[in-house]
Design a protein around this ligand. Structure first.
Ligand code: ADP
Ligand code: MG
Length: 352
């Protein structure tokens, strides 16, 4: 252990979960060392990252600015919909996070594994690759998010047996069936946690003439969101702007109402899962009867989501331990085994 830590000093290897909502960095031998929102604040019309008295406005500092910026500044989520909306800003963000972790340990250049949404294009992958390289990485491996999520969840994906992961993030839901260290069938949907927030915003507007911001909506989802009847139904107060009077006010919303609002995005996620199941080979389908489905990503934490997916698919569904860190832990696992698992896991890199 001590020796490994010492070696770690000389070769700092990093696994990065570049998520649409959150970016996490795992360092070999140390676990998760950074966990921040994937948000950057820039001067409007430029790619210049905003400087604050406390340093660069990236991550947590920038998230607090979302929806609260004056005209001259914009706080952006460069990966919001699972595609890289802005290459330069993504690069600035990745650069900032890598350097923050690498910091003053700067002995050797790190090896970096970056997990990216599986729906991103080759050009976007290339951009991530270049960004990591420019931030000082010695070697860069790009891995698809569901593969990392499955590794992090401890699924036996190296076996000739199907494992299924549903990773519900902010901008995308990735559904994948894996066997022999590779993806057999995979669907990447642009429906995930953000859409649940939006559905809650729409509900408040339609039902209460109240406009609420995305952060408030996210709070409602986390505090009282559910997909099936709760033993003790919940309620909470929300604040926003009245659409008729134009003035700030408050309202109460119940968990039954939130459930109603979440029906559509949750229904779409379930459809995606069923659609993926329909595409797999019979032997793999047979394996899933025993192995079931594992949920990862922050969206997996919505109360009762596992139950509704189980009901719709007829399969066992479980939520991975600590679903928000699953992908990051998976990248770290990937790093550990780069050498042993060899080319089967490195194929992604061959493209570059
Ligand atoms: P990404 O990989 O896209 O960055 P994450 O896996 O970090 O996404 O998950 C972020 C999403 O999970 C957000 O939409 C967030 O609101 C949601 N989320 C986080 N915690 C909870 C919770 N306890 N209940 C419901 N949703 C949650
Ligand atoms: Mg993710």
């Amino acid at each position: 252990m001590f020796l490994r830590r010492l070696m770690g000093l000389f070769s700092l290897d990093m696994g990065i979960d570049l998520g649409t909502c959150n970016t996490l960095v795992c360092v070999r031998g140390e676990g998760i060392v950074l966990n921040e929102p994937s948000v950057v604040a820039v001067r409007k019309g430029t790619n210049e990252v905003l400087d604050t008295p406390d340093g660069k406005a990236v991550g947590l500092a920038a998230k607090e600015m979302l929806g609260r910026t004056p005209g001259s500044i914009s706080a952006v989520r460069p990966l919001k919909d699972g595609v890289i909306a802005d290459f330069d800003i993504t690069q600035a963000m990745l650069d900032y996070f890598i350097k923050k972790v690498h910091g003053n340990r700067g002995l050797a250049h790190p090896r970096v594994v970056v997990a990216v949404p599986s729906g991103i294009t080759a050009v976007e992958k290339r951009a991530v690759y270049n960004s990591a390289e420019r931030a000082g990485a010695r070697r860069v491996h790009i891995v698809e998010e569901p593969k990392a999520a499955a590794l992090g969840a401890g699924l036996p994906i190296h076996e000739p047996r199907a494992s299924m992961i549903v990773d519900i993030g902010g901008g995308t839901t990735e559904v994948a069936v894996m066997t022999l260290l590779d993806i057999a069938v995979c669907t990447s949907m642009r429906v995930a946690g953000d859409d649940m927030d939006e559905a809650i915003m729409n509900y408040m507007r339609r039902t209460y003439n109240l406009m609420i911001g995305p952060q408030t909506a996210e709070n409602v989802k986390i505090q009282i969101g559910s997909t099936s009847v709760l033993e003790d139904e919940l309620k909470m107060e929300v604040k926003g702007r009245d659409m008729i009077s134009g003035l700030p006010r408050r309202a109460m919303i119940t968990s039954e109402e939130v459930r109603e609002a979440l029906k559509e995005p949750v229904g779409q996620i379930i459809e995606g899962v069923l659609h993926t199941l329909e595409q797999i080979e019979p032997e793999l389908a047979a394996d899933l009867v025993d192995n079931g489905i594992t949920l990862a990503g922050g969206g997996a934490l919505v109360r009762g989501l596992d139950q509704v997916i189980a009901k719709a698919s007829g399969l066992d569904v479980r939520v991975a331990d600590d679903p928000l860190t699953c992908v990051a832990r998976g990248t770290s696992e990937y790093l550990e085994n780069l050498d042993e698992w060899g080319p089967a896991l490195e194929t992604d890199e061959d493209e570059y």
